[in-house]
Design a protein around this ligand. Structure first.
Ligand code: FES
Ligand SMILES: [Fe+2]
Length: 357
């Protein structure tokens, strides 16, 4: 988990519910070794993530059903988690396998004891946990990156924002803040150099997509991809942004996701995949730049937080803020559809937006 999580996080700000019945990216695969367990918080729920010695990932409620001791204080032998307090043991599916205090003839008391287990999947170097109440056979697919296969990201980082999931996601589709917030030499757009943009969007599944278009030429990073570099960006509920950058020779894909911890904290997970053969030596520099970029947003989130506490309604302005309206409409449509995939109707229409950024 990010070292940035050590800063104090103000509590209970601008409450919005976490959308139910979605997969949430919870941890990078590389951060959970075989035989390890790790507590995480998602949607105010304390969850114990673990990986068995066979390599399978699992997620249990991090609370012993006996007398509520958090399970992460206990031991894990790669197969079973043992609670610290009275030694109850649980398998990776949450089933209680042993209660040391039971005498012969009392074992049946333990037969149906189960610790709540969450659907948990691993793909493309990420571990996702399902928050909701759909049965196993109704679970939706993970929001994976198409076209790259089962690969691990070359770069992964996470940063904690002091906002709820909805506010944290706004930064994914807020073009007008970039010139004022981001200062990296590779992403720099000074406020006096902003220019008019025209972008075309189509609704898609659980969100919308910025149609493929030429990448901005002033961004030095794009020059690495060769000629005719284009980008396409997809935004999905509950807060996922997938950007495909494609040049004549190389591609890169970035996926950013929100993991809402509480009303006052959200972890932004960012992973990058690419097919460049020669970027290994500069991976450290790229990771630094990406973390720098996310941390700039985080710094401004702390500044905005001072005002959000006043609960003033927003004044969304022009096309630049249209995507925030879309995200709000999508969230409403999800809730009105009973938070169920079959009840959801995407309310968005194809659109062209004009804004300066
Ligand atoms: S509280 Fe966990 S075994 Fe008693
Ligand atoms: Fe930003």
């Amino acid at each position: 988990m990010s070292d940035l999580r050590t800063n104090p996080i103000p509590r209970k700000v601008h409450h919005r519910d976490v959308l139910q019945n979605f997969w949430y990216f919870t941890c990078a695969s590389s951060n959970l070794k075989a035989g390890a367990m790790q507590p995480v918080t998602l949607a105010d729920q304390s969850i114990l993530l673990g990986r068995t010695s066979q390599g399978e990932v699992f997620a249990l409620r991090n609370l012993c059903p006996h007398r509520s001791t958090p399970l992460h204080h206990g031991k894990f032998d790669g197969k079973e988690v043992q609670c610290l307090y009275h030694g109850w043991k649980f398998g990776a599916d949450g089933r209680c396998t042993h209660i040391p205090s039971l005498c012969g003839g009392q074992e049946h008391f333990g037969g149906n004891v189960k610790c709540w287990s969450y659907p948990c999947r691993e793909a493309q170097g990420g571990i996702w946990v399902f928050i909701g109440n759909l049965p196993e056979d109704k679970l939706p697919p993970l929001p994976l990156v198409e076209g790259i296969g089962e690969v691990h990201p070359q770069i992964y980082c996470s940063v904690s924002y002091p906002l709820n999931g909805e506010h944290s996601a706004y930064t994914f589709f807020d073009p007008s803040h970039v010139a004022f917030v981001h200062s990296s030499p590779f992403i720099r757009r000074r406020s006096h150099t902003i220019r008019t943009k025209e972008k075309h969007f189509i609704p898609t599944g659980l969100g919308w997509r910025m149609k493929r278009h030429p990448a901005p030429k002033n961004n030095l990073l794009y020059r690495l991809f060769g000629k005719n570099v284009t980008t396409e960006i997809t935004y999905l509920l509950p807060g996922v942004r997938i950007e495909h950058i494609q040049g004549e020779k190389y591609y890169a894909v970035g996926i950013a996701t929100i993991a809402p911890v509480s009303d006052g904290e959200t972890i932004i997970h960012q992973a990058f995949y690419w097919n460049f053969p020669y970027l290994g030596p500069v991976k450290g520099l790229l990771r630094y730049l990406i973390r720098h970029f996310l941390t700039e947003d985080r710094t401004y989130a702390f500044l905005q937080l001072e005002g959000l506490k006043q609960n003033q309604p927003f004044m969304l302005m022009g096309d630049a803020d249209e995507q925030i309206r879309w995200f709000q409409q999508l969230r409403r449509a999800w809730l009105e559809g009973g938070s169920l995939p079959e009840g959801f109707v995407n309310p968005l229409k194809e659109a062209t937006l004009h804004f300066r950024s």
